[in-house]
Write a protein that binds this ligand. Structure first.
Ligand SMILES: [Zn+2]
Length: 701
């Protein structure tokens, strides 16, 4: 029996029976006896503290009245403070004053002494009070501890630098107050690499710091961190990217090289000041990815042959087109990797340089120093390279020089922002190029997109939406597609049904005949139909081939390239309506059926609800473009429904048409009063209904 327990009995603070009860409980609890006595309500915490103070002759402190020195707190790591239930308070000479609840814990004192290299002056305090203060003073640590606790297996993240002194900087940071920031930073970087993210966004908001990744082209919320971590996290990343840590009002750009489990990744870091603090964006450039070949990008069969033949030409111009994020740069790098072996002098002008590749001379555009694409090109041509890569053609001057260069013994590769391959001709004419110049130099144009691939772990057969099938009917028939696949969602794909992306290509070869058509200023659609005759495969067709092979879904192709609308103007208008979602609300199944048929025939997407409540719930979740609702319904009628929608900012702007059998002026007024935009009486004329729908949707834009 300990002295403390003896004293408690002698003072009559606990009874022998209570002590016995606590002893029995202790067998499973592995806690000091006195702690159990408090927990079981036999003695108050303050009584225990004052009794301990008397016996061990240790002064008592009340933490709520202490001024705690954060630099003293930092001397003891969080794990140690938690393990022993101690809180550092302040430094007194070379002694560390700390609060503890168990004066008999000699091991704790020894350990702290060893860890800090200081002598220790303990004060007594209530255990619960100490725990609360540990939570408060190690708040960031506490949060990280919670996060890290759930993350399995630590990855080895190394910051790769050429300069050895940087290592020192990093080591020092490890030991300083930024330990939680260092830990969370490593966690985010390694996790992002493992999840194949292309970007990391760290955004400070009012109450949280949002961490999001872009994976396969989509942004995903990864986690919310406490706001208290933002400044140290931002500072940590800025140190790594060699940015000015004191500057947080101006945007800055930098780079970090890391290695995650031996895999090297380049990060392009940019910071932007926002109202709630700096937003940090990091682009992950996988160095392995820069070594990708054309085949693994998705180039196949005849496409690959045509392309490979084109890039072996001694001179001429090759364009890769597509929107931002369509993988144009990867295609160009893959191309350079092929030509690199045959041609010896390759020069690139980029903005910015994404990957550094062995054997190339890469130049970064710098408008501040007046190094534009055009100026850079001028100086490059003096060095007489065989192959020139120009990051992008944006203006007439660059375009003209690129075309001139490609007529004088250089193979020129570049990119252009257009939706399809043939449209690049129109775009170049718009920039200000003479058609004869285009026709004489252009060899080939590739339009490309990245499409998500079905996750192989949860891939299954399914039946796509009827409307979608009709949009691609001709291709589906021609390719004889009988079965469709999608991913049902699983843990491998983060329940998205997709894993990874592949490219689809539209290859437009400039034949002799097309050359003539360009020079004679033929219209785009005439050139397109000629190109198709000689084998051009549109992006939609290339996409449908991937659907046929079970690589991607019909929905994905629709999202990325739109409908296969080159055939019919009718389909084009249907596609325009496809994006418009109309919610129809009625408790009568027949009316719902009629409305659905009319609206889907007109190309709209239709969603149904059976009463006002269901309608409001849907609108809150997934804003439709228009609501057509009955008035008399169970649970919530049409008037109440409109009022509910109008009462929230988010749903207030959704246009509503009320539909009812009552043909009296009064209910019409009541409906408009509630905030309905239009009113129609049943039985309605469907032409009239469609006219009103169109009118309201137009008004909305
Ligand atoms: Zn899956």
């Amino acid at each position: 029996m300990t002295v403390l327990i003896d004293e408690l009995i002698r003072e009559g603070l606990i009874t022998a029976e209570q002590l016995n009860d606590a002893r029995i409980k202790r067998i499973g609890a592995k806690k000091p006896l006195q702690e159990l006595l408090v927990e079981m309500g036999f003695i108050a915490e303050e009584q225990l503290v004052s009794a301990s103070s008397k016996i061990f002759n240790m002064p008592v402190t009340q933490l709520s009245k202490e001024t705690i020195d954060p630099s003293a707190v930092r001397l003891v790591p969080y794990e140690l403070a938690m393990r022993y239930g101690i809180l550092p308070l302040r430094k007194e000479g070379d002694a560390l004053v700390l609060a503890m609840s168990d004066p008999q814990d000699i091991m704790a004192l020894d350990d702290i002494r060893l860890n800090t290299g200081m002598s220790v002056k303990p004060l007594l305090a209530a255990k619960s009070e100490i725990n609360n203060h540990i939570k408060k003073y190690y708040q960031a640590e506490d949060n990280i501890y919670d996060i890290l606790k759930n993350v399995m297996g630590a990855d080895k993240v190394e910051i790769v630098t050429e300069d050895a002194s940087e290592f020192f900087l990093d080591e020092r940071a490890q030991r300083s107050e930024d330990v939680p920031a260092v830990k969370i930073c490593n966690l985010i970087l390694s996790d992002a690499v493992k999840q194949r993210a292309s970007d990391i966004h760290i955004e400070s908001q009012e109450k949280t710091v949002k961490v999001r990744y872009r994976i396969d082209g989509d942004l995903r919320n990864i986690m919310d961190l406490p706001v208290s971590l933002h400044s140290s996290l931002a500072a940590r990343l800025k140190v790594l990217a060699q940015l000015d840590t004191a500057e947080n009002r101006k945007p800055q750009d930098g780079r970090i090289k890391i290695s995650v489990n031996g895999r090297k990744v380049d990060l392009r870091v940019s910071t932007i000041p926002t109202f709630y603090g700096e937003k940090i964006e990091m682009r992950l450039l996988d160095i392995q990815a820069a070594k990708t070949g054309l085949e693994s990008m998705g180039f196949q069969g005849p496409d690959l042959d045509i392309y490979k033949q084109a890039i072996t030409a001694a001179q001429g111009l090759i364009l890769v087109t597509g929107p931002t994020g369509s993988g144009k740069t990867s295609t160009l790098y893959a191309t350079l990797n092929v030509v690199k072996t045959e041609k010896n002098n390759i020069i690139t002008i980029e903005d910015p340089i994404e990957y550094l590749i062995d054997g190339l001379n890469q130049m970064q555009v710098n408008p501040v120093k007046d190094l534009t694409f055009a100026n850079a090109l001028k100086s490059i041509l003096r060095q007489d390279p065989n192959v020139i890569l120009i990051g992008e053609i944006r203006d007439k001057e660059t375009a003209e020089m690129a075309f001139q260069a490609s007529l004088t013994g250089h193979l020129v590769l570049s990119t252009l922002h257009t939706n399809n391959a043939v449209a690049s001709i129109t775009r170049l004419v718009d920039i200000g190029l003479e058609p004869y110049l285009i026709s004489s130099a252009l060899i080939l144009v590739v339009a490309q997109r990245l499409v998500k691939m079905i996750c192989p772990h949860c891939k299954e057969k399914y039946q796509p939406d009827g409307h979608l099938l009709s949009l691609f009917k001709s291709h589906i028939d021609q390719l004889g597609i009988k079965e469709f696949y999608h991913g049902s969602g699983c843990s491998y794909c983060g329940f998205t049904g997709f894993l990874g992306r592949t490219a689809i290509f539209e290859i437009f070869r400039i034949s002799e005949k097309i050359r003539g058509m360009i020079a004679q200023r033929f219209a785009e659609d005439e050139i397109l139909s000629e190109a198709k005759k000689s084998g051009l495969k549109t992006l939609a067709r290339a996409g449908l081939e991937k659907v046929s092979a079970g690589i991607t879904t019909l929905e994905e192709i629709f999202n990325i390239v739109g409908a296969a609308s080159e055939e019919e103007a009718v389909l084009r208008s249907a596609q325009a309506g496809k994006d418009i979602k109309i919610l129809i609300v009625d408790d009568e199944e027949d009316i719902l059926k009629i409305l659905e048929k009319r609206l889907t025939d007109a190309g709209y997407r239709v969603v149904k609800a059976r009463d006002g409540q269901e309608a409001v719930a849907f609108c809150n979740k997934e804003k439709p473009d228009l609501v057509i609702s009955d008035v008399t319904m169970p649970k919530m009628n049409g008037f109440e429904e409109v009022k509910a929608l109008r009462s929230k900012l988010e749903t207030a702007v959704i246009p509503v048409i009320l539909l009812t059998a009552r043909e009296d002026k009064e209910s019409e007024l009541q409906g408009l009063d509630a905030g309905a935009d239009d009113y129609l009486t049943k039985p309605f004329d469907s032409d009239k209904l469609l006219a009103r729908v169109k009118m309201l949707l137009r008004r909305k834009q």
